[in-house]
Design a protein around this ligand. Structure first.
Ligand code: PAF
Length: 308
């Protein structure tokens, strides 16, 4: 059953809650998949457009499921923003065909007792600050991949460690899906788009852009030839330390295993990641370390995205 199009927003995707209906709707089709927790924004729209262009004649599925397994006991599960109708409009306008919105008992029936843990890569950074988070992510992503069985799945680079965890799980478990990372979309201030930005006022969002400025300071130091990890970090900390209302969780220069090692070949440092609490909201961001000429990230004023 397809809902009638709303004026000006394009056709709405079919809303599906039952895995059996999803299988029936996708049988025999090429499928591109965008897993989300809803509260969709322009960053998600970019993922959906990428998915659309990956399967022109196929089906684009967006899942909206606020996954309780990936929230800690004192985190924001109950107040996480939810807006199914808004999600449906945005997903439809960006090119989604189906919106899969299972409920919690469908995903985790009584007695559910399996978890997927991706060791090593899940342990530092967000894994250290949010124990169990990546096990919750890997478990739900594996379940969603099993339910949707996509040819390709699209994840935002804003959640860089999550993307690395998913890639490792897909490789280790021989899952037959092409995992694509899509560059972060930013406000013109530089603030990375995130569903959690909905917790912030416009003034707070402007202040939170300090995180991207700190990352850019690290990038600039790297581009000038700095390769000492402590000096690279300090370039970012100098920006953050001047900011009131900010509690730093981590600012780390890491290699592809996500670990910040005492002794590391400087060539293997390839990303700087930050997590901080501002105005009661935990925000994360990251940027690549590379010469400036090769760095470009889309913003809302120039939303074009190069293929992952
Ligand atoms: O990035 C997210 O929105 C979530 O972590 C994901 C991948 C949908 C799993 O719940």
């Amino acid at each position: 059953m397809t809902a009638p199009p709303e004026p000006g927003v394009g056709p709405q995707p079919t809303l599906i809650t039952d895995p059996a209906d999803l299988r029936a709707a996708l049988r025999g089709q090429a499928v591109a998949f965008v897993p989300t927790m809803g509260a969709l924004h322009e960053g998600h729209a970019t993922l959906i457009r990428e998915a659309r262009s990956a399967v022109p004649g196929g089906r684009v599925v967006v899942s909206v499921f606020v996954n309780p397994l990936q929230f800690g006991p004192h985190e924001d599960l109950s107040r996480y923003p939810r807006d199914l109708e808004g999600d449906r409009r945005l997903a439809g306008a960006a090119g989604a065909d189906l919106l899969f919105h299972p409920d919690v008992p469908t995903m985790y029936p009584d007695g559910f007792s399996t978890s997927v843990s991706v060791s090593g890569i899940s342990e530092p950074l967000d894994g250290a600050s949010r124990p169990g988070h990546f096990t919750g992510v890997a478990t739900v992503v594996l379940k969603l991949l099993n339910l949707v069985r996509p040819d390709a799945a699209f994840f935002g680079e804003k959640d860089w460690q999550q993307l690395a965890v998913v890639r490792r799980m897909v490789r280790d478990l021989n899952l037959n899906v092409d995992v694509r990372g899509v560059p972060t979309v930013r406000e013109t201030s530089g603030l990375a788009l995130s569903s959690r930005n909905a917790y912030l006022s416009p003034e707070q969002r402007a202040q939170a852009a300090v995180l991207s400025r700190a990352l850019q300071a690290v990038q600039a130091a790297y581009a000038r030839g700095e390769r000492r990890r402590a000096a690279l970090r300090q370039a970012g900390l100098d920006v953050l330390n001047a900011t009131p209302d900010l509690t730093l969780d981590y600012l780390s220069v890491v290699g592809s295993d996500m670990h910040e090692r005492e002794i590391m070949d400087s060539d293997s440092m390839n990303r700087v990641l930050v997590a901080a609490r501002m105005f009661g909201v935990r925000l994360i961001d990251n940027m690549p370390l590379a010469p400036p000429a090769t760095l470009s990230q889309p913003t809302l004023s120039s939303p074009t995205v190069s293929p992952a």
